[in-house]
Design a protein around this ligand. Sequence first.
Ligand SMILES: [Zn+2]
Ligand SMILES: [Zn+2]
Length: 643
Amino acid sequence: MNIEITLPDKSIRKYNNPITGEAIALDIGPKLGKDAIGIEINKQIFDTSYEITENVSINILTSKDRVSLSILRHSTAHLLAQAVLNLFPGTQYGVGPDIEDGFYYDFLFEQTISDEDLPKIEKEMKRLSAEKQYFSKSFIDKSQALNIFKNQKFKMELINTADATEGVDADQVSVYSNNDFLDLCRGPHVPHTGFIKHFKLTRLGGAYWRGDEDNPQLQRIYGTSWFTDDDLQQYLTRRIEAEKRDHRKIGKELELFTTADELGPGQFLWKPNGALLRNTIENYSKKAHIQNGYEFVNTPHIGRSTLWETSGHLEHYEEGMYPPLQSKDNDDKYYLKPMNCPFHILIYKSELRSYKELPVRLFELGSVYRFEKTGVLHGLLRARGFTQDDAHIFCTFEQINQEINSLLRFSISLLKSFGFNDIEADLSTKPKKAIGEDKDWDIATESLENALNDEGINFITAEGEGAFYGPKIDLHVKDAIGRRWQLSTIQIDFAQPNNFKLEYVTSKNNKDRPVMVHRALLGSIERFTGILIEHYSGEFPGWLAPTQLKILTIGNVEDYVQTIVDKLPNVRLKVDNRNIRLGEKIHDAKKQKIPLSLIVGEKDLSENTGSLNILNSESINNQKISHLLKEINKQVKEPKFEF
Ligand SMILES: [Zn+2]
Ligand SMILES: [Zn+2]
């Protein structure tokens, strides 16, 4: 037997027998042997202990690869479950995936635990980590698995429902063990528990088993895990900073939005301050869309079931939709829209289209409703009712390239206008199950890739992660404290034009099918506002702040203030003429995070002067009002939309 292993630098290593990733890493060098976390073969990740039996190209993953953090974090979840079962032997354990920045594991304890138990569990995890227990994978048959996990009702359910994400196939079950701890899992994991050193259990939460409210409520332990102590400490500092910036807290303090039990979960009421902020965002977006050749449309909130059958939503997305509305008198069913696309498609279809009209770009601030599980709701960031800056572009196949290019440029300038300058992308390509011709996929994917390269956007390719109907780009921004947020999505769609039999008349007078592009640039306005609140910590730049200027008076200056107000017709301002100390007025304005405060007193009357405080910046004292007015107008000016 002769096995040829090709390394990323195209060099080839030959072995006479099947060989593990670990042995290859060791063969390359002792340091790599020690640092190897996993191996990548044909875009799939395996344990270092995986035995290679044929000629393949491999990449040995170390802590420097982005995916390694996910492997580490998921492995830490195993360690957590192991520690919990050691300390609380009767516990039922559920599932433990890695998530952004960390991991969690769901448990049903015999007696609920509290935050005070977390340090104890952490200590046990440290003990297990020091033992450097190796993770080892095996495949067993279903009956054997049912026997091993006979006292674990959640594991039994996973085995019986053949949950592939948990490593269970129809007839065989993938199981990992380290020492006497066993878990259902498809892997991969770090080689041994000694890799798991810099972790912390961060909080205790609740969750329903499988996210279903009819199921038992479990306790969810969240944690974070990193390759170095520096990374861990930086993350923990960032968390404290993030808590201070929590949009739910700031939203309440600044009276932006509220919610009520009577509304049901995941829905929000925008108070006057919040509505002002939102209007500013929406108006800016609308203006930018007009500049970019979009036509505005408006569509209803509900549609007949036949619409959702044609669009495929009832087949593929029913779980995400609210239950149907139905009258007692007839069989018609109506659904709240989870997406705007089918409505825009109907508008496209309402007239005969010629190639001369294409591309048709239809835009709407469209409100949608998604029946998200209550466990995943998170303030404005994940709501059930929200409004998207949604548009659908219908174009010829030849136009895709140019459309994607200008769309990406549009998207980037828009995000930059709102203060997000650090932008990265994910490019999701054709999955195994997909519709459409290979060559169409290639052209579409290439146009996305070219656009990213042309704009100089740093991106990673998520191989096979695209939707079955087309490839897409997701744009991520980094916020002020380094967190990544996914915002814009640009999705090419080969399916809906077929579902709805869309057409246009070609230059040769034939009929052809247009391609469709879905795109939301800010995403959901609710979520975008939540992210903006956290990014700016509520201290919005002048153009966005609900109240841009507060005039603080000293003494009797009413007439003078009125002349100033008259000169600022386009500034959102308030006058604080309460009979209290100036210090208190300044304090209040700061607390309300108002970007500009103009202070005028009786002594300013004769000189036509005033003083301007700029939040987090130098103040301008005792200057002519005409000069201060200029400065105010400059501070509240909205950014020019560069395109
Ligand atoms: Zn696992
Ligand atoms: Zn759409």
